[in-house]
Design a binder for this molecule. Structure first.
Ligand code: SF4
Ligand code: SF4
Length: 171
């Protein structure tokens, strides 16, 4: 059976080679007339990616990006840590325009084993990441986000790579 482990160094090198091509593809994806079909493909390829890839061997999202924390996330996590909301935000978060985001990367809750120490109560944004399974706004509607993610997240890369193969290479 093929290994589900990600070698981040290899992944980054592979993604760098396709960065320009897939960036151009995603930029122009709105003008394709089979958007609904592409959205459906994304949901299926997202499922396939999670079967092929073990996130615990990667952790690159938690290492290099920040989730957005909703008010409910902040209240829940503060309570769990026995901190006031003010103490929690002061210690860990900062504003990015209107959003609350982590001050530091990697995330303070990421362990050396790539496990999240607040997994059960993690931000909703983390629980849904990388969002390629979502129907709203769908893969085409989220193309600018996917342009930002595909070279950092092996799951998104798999989805983009597979859709490109179907739509452009007609494989
Ligand atoms: S969601 Fe993507 S970036 Fe995050 S751990 Fe899984 S494969 Fe890696
Ligand atoms: S809260 Fe957990 S899942 Fe979210 S970025 Fe931090 S370590 Fe990763």
């Amino acid at each position: 059976m093929e290994s589900r482990n990600i070698n981040l160094k290899h992944f980054k090198a592979k993604a760098a080679k396709k960065k320009k091509k897939y960036n151009t593809f995603l930029k122009g994806i709105h003008s394709r007339n089979n958007g609904k079909e592409i959205n459906k493909m994304a949901v299926a390829f997202d499922k396939e990616a999670f079967q092929k890839i073990d996130c615990l061997s990667c952790g690159n999202c938690c290492k290099t990006m920040t989730p957005t924390f909703t008010t409910a996330d902040i209240k829940r996590i503060s309570k769990h840590l026995n901190l006031t909301v003010a103490a929690f935000t002061d210690k860990y978060l900062e504003r990015d325009k209107k959003d609350w985001v982590n001050k530091q990367q990697p995330c303070q809750f990421l362990g050396s084993d790539n496990k999240c120490s607040i997994y059960e109560i993690r931000p909703v944004d983390c629980a849904g990441f990388p969002h390629t399974h979502k129907n709203n706004p769908g893969f085409v509607g989220a193309s600018s986000v996917n342009r930002d993610f595909f070279w950092r997240c092996p799951i998104v890369y798999h989805v983009v790579d597979s859709i490109f193969d179907k739509v452009v290479n007609q494989k």
